[in-house]
Design a protein around this ligand. Structure first.
Ligand SMILES: *Cc1c(COP(=O)(O)O)cnc(C)c1O
Length: 373
């Protein structure tokens, strides 16, 4: 049975009718920018993330740039970034004219390596660091990193594009951050009908600066206190997200069921299925398998392809291995575990309302590829 890597078309009963009605309503009143939908969505975000301030913006990449700019990170400032993350984490640092220093990842959870992180801080005294919470959880050392950054005056930005709904020490992961960001790209756990993002913080001044930067640095309609840009979330996206948020718990539950189905049925066959460290409750963003045996990884992928089962490699290449990255990088710190993850990672299909029949097909194909070995 063919199974897509991700299927975004499995809406709850009645969802599309509600959405069509919303579009008609907002269109008939030409409510396209700002307004009630955006205000309501920001209130919901603030509640769900337990953050005092939630500022919506145009996408998750802008959200990181807004956070960096609000912290006054700019020309020639050194900023640590994980060597394994989505390219936008690296890109955001370069786009604010700062210089990234890549730091190795750790194999147990895919997060930034704490030892390499402290080495990088001691050696380069960076002004800031951006870490990314990949796969639906954060690193086991998150609290240590937060405390270490506070003690060493490193401004910490947390790229939480993949962890909306994730709990850390029984609280939303964003709550304990100085400043954190997310993305509402459709394939994320809370996805829009297009692009969207947000910045979360408990610091009022930072929140004010983010909001101002995202709206041309405005102080009044034609008065400008900063050079920002246009990074607003539009009202239709906010309306879609307001409708979606109601179903977030059941979507997350369905994702988590899929991940634990794989965990259970693919145990002991040569795939190291990594998962959220103990202090976390994951949002089920994805399944992560590491296959050290190169031949086996290839066989699994060939088999999945031939059965029309989608899979991912999140991510296939480290930041420091991208064609252009050395033009911008100040340095790299640590070893090459990031590359090891990139070379061995396979992600199996996970999306809301994937069926047990689909999960069984995936499991059968992966198992038989492993058993042939
Ligand atoms: C998706 C993602 C982003 C970028 O978000 P966009 O909304 O696509 O700009 C940044 N960082 C990580 C880790 C992501 O997964």
């Amino acid at each position: 049975m063919a199974v897509p890597f991700i299927d975004l078309k499995r809406f709850e009963d009645g969802f599309l009718q509600c959405w069509a009605q919303k579009v008609a309503e907002l269109s008939s009143t030409a409510s396209f920018i700002g307004g009630e939908e955006v205000a309501q969505f920001e209130q919901t975000l603030s509640r769900l993330t337990d953050s005092k301030f939630a500022i919506s913006c145009a996408n998750g990449t802008d959200a990181i740039q807004l956070a960096l700019r609000a912290l006054d990170i700019g020309r020639d400032d050194l900023v640590l970034v994980p060597n394994m993350t989505f390219w936008a984490t690296f890109e955001a640092v370069v786009n604010v004219s700062a210089s990234p220093i890549t730091v190795d990842s750790n194999l147990s959870d895919g997060g930034i390596d704490f030892i390499a992180f402290t080495e990088a801080v001691e050696k380069y005294r960076p002004k800031a660091a951006v870490i990314a919470h990949l796969y639906g959880w954060g690193t086991v050392n998150l609290k240590k990193i937060r405390d270490y950054c506070t003690e060493n005056n490193v401004l910490l930005v947390e790229d939480g594009a993949q962890c909306f709904g994730t709990q850390y020490e029984n609280e939303p992961i964003y709550k304990g951050a100085l400043i954190s960001t997310t993305s509402f790209y459709p394939a994320k756990v809370l996805g829009a009908a297009g692009d969207g993002g947000a910045v979360f913080t408990n610091d009022e001044l930072l929140a004010k600066r983010v909001r101002q930067l995202a709206n041309h640095g405005r102080t009044s309609h034609y008065g400008y206190g900063l050079v920002g840009w246009n990074s607003r979330l539009d009202s239709l996206q906010a309306a879609y997200l307001n409708l979606t948020v109601e179903f977030l718990p059941s979507r997350i539950e369905s994702r988590l069921n899929a991940v634990s189905f794989y965990k259970q049925h693919l145990a002991g066959i040569g795939i190291n299925q990594i998962e959220a460290p103990l202090d976390y409750v994951s949002n089920g963003y994805c399944h992560v398998g590491l296959v050290d045996n190169e031949r086996l990884k290839q066989d699994i992928e060939i088999s999945l392809k031939s059965h029309q089962i989608g899979f991912g490699n999140i991510y296939p290449g480290a930041m420091s291995d991208q064609e252009c990255s050395h033009r911008y990088m100040h340095a790299h710190v640590g070893g090459s575990y990031a590359q090891q993850i990139c070379n061995t990672v396979i992600n199996l299909p996970v999306f809301p309302y994937i069926t047990e029949t689909e999960l069984n097909s995936v499991v059968e194909v992966v198992k038989s590829a492993c058993e042939e070995k």
